[in-house]
Design a protein. Structure first.
Length: 359
């Protein structure tokens, strides 16, 4: 029987398709999926209550990818930035006192033969005491000149707990080494003017935080030894306001001291005292000072202004990854600046300093 042109064309198409299938079978490419690195399709999550002493559980989420996928985990503590918590690489984590005031995140790394991908959970709420009683996460700090006649100012420090929280103050006089501290009668405000009786002593503030659940107190680091009224203030010299530093002059981070030095414990806050001068040698008041460890292994204080002697003191808290090693140092970046000046111009001055650590 004769074959129509259309019939011959159909047989050619069918024959071509069969050849393509056979080639695919021979090369092993038929039905093979493209290789792919892990991809996160449902982000990791945390369950549990963010209260001191409680356990959190991390869920790795959902992933796709070719071949065998393996997973590793890391817990992060977040304040101004997030840092890994040393040794915490399981799916469960028990909250400790260092977590108070921070938020926690769970990080998952998925890996296969093609590569790896990292995904991180949302942060928990701020970690608090389970009973809601105020808990201190950064101690109060005192600014001002340690000279008779000068006025000291205390912060409340940083607290977590059921709101609202109210604060009470009590100034204390201690010996030169910060011991034998006693309350100063009537000194119950956030400022205190140094009197003759304070000469040759150190001063600190005690702050009590109170809410409906209870109350807790925290103590600031002590000041330097208080000098008599004729003592040289923050280093001597004329004092000028930062607003009066003229164009063409600059600020100088003149002196930075750490207490304690060396640092031997992550559980002890570090007091950093900074003196700012200008290039004419004048002490500068009302200059803003930025302070941050590099890398970030301590808390980062909010920028504040130098006092009437050109100095300011910050209290910073070592993080879990702060290195405690013999013969080691941690660097800090310090910047003194005038608010409102351009970031790359104006009168700002910077300095890199370091504090020693030891076991």
């Amino acid at each position: 029987m004769p074959t129509s042109p259309n019939g011959r064309r159909a047989r050619w198409i069918a024959s071509g398709a069969a050849v393509a299938v056979l080639a695919a079978l021979l090369t092993g490419s038929l039905g093979a999926a493209a290789a792919a690195v892990p991809a996160n399709t449902k982000e990791p999550a945390i369950t549990g209550t963010p209260n001191l002493g409680k356990d959190l559980t991390g869920d790795r989420g959902t992933w796709t990818g070719t071949g065998t996928i393996t997973y590793t985990y890391r817990w992060l503590r977040c304040t101004s930035s997030c840092a890994g918590i040393t040794g915490e690489t399981d799916t469960k984590y028990s909250l400790v006192s260092a977590d108070l005031g921070a938020t926690i995140r769970f990080e998952v790394t998925a890996a296969n033969a093609e590569g790896k991908t990292v995904a991180t959970s949302n942060a928990t709420a701020q970690v608090t005491n389970a009973n809601g009683v105020p808990a201190n996460t950064a101690p109060p700090s005192v600014t001002g000149t340690a000279t008779v006649g000068s006025t000291l100012t205390t912060t409340t420090g940083t607290w977590v707990g059921d709101a609202p929280i109210s604060y009470q103050y009590q100034w204390q006089r201690c010996d030169k080494n910060g011991n034998a501290c006693k309350n100063i009668g009537g000194a119950r405000h956030d400022t205190y003017k140094l009197a003759d009786a304070d000469a040759n002593s150190t001063i600190r503030s005690a702050v009590t935080a109170r809410n409906s659940r209870g109350r807790t107190s925290a103590i600031s680091p002590q000041t330097a030894v208080v000098a008599a009224a004729t003592g040289g203030g923050g280093g001597g010299g004329k004092v000028v306001d930062v607003a009066d530093v003229p164009k063409g002059e600059r600020l100088i981070v003149d002196k930075v001291t750490f207490s304690p030095n060396p640092v031997r414990s992550r559980g002890t806050s570090i007091t950093v005292t900074i003196v700012v001068k200008d290039t004419r040698g004048n002490l500068v008041k009302n200059a803003y000072v930025f302070l941050r460890s590099t890398p970030i292994v301590t808390s980062t204080p909010t920028d504040a202004q130098t006092g009437g002697d050109g100095s300011i003191s910050y209290s910073v808290k070592p993080e879990a990854d702060f290195p405690i090693k013999n013969g080691y140092s941690v660097q800090f970046f310090v910047k003194a600046y005038r608010k409102g000046d351009p970031a790359l111009a104006g009168v700002s001055g910077t300095r890199l300093v370091q504090v020693a650590t030891a076991k």
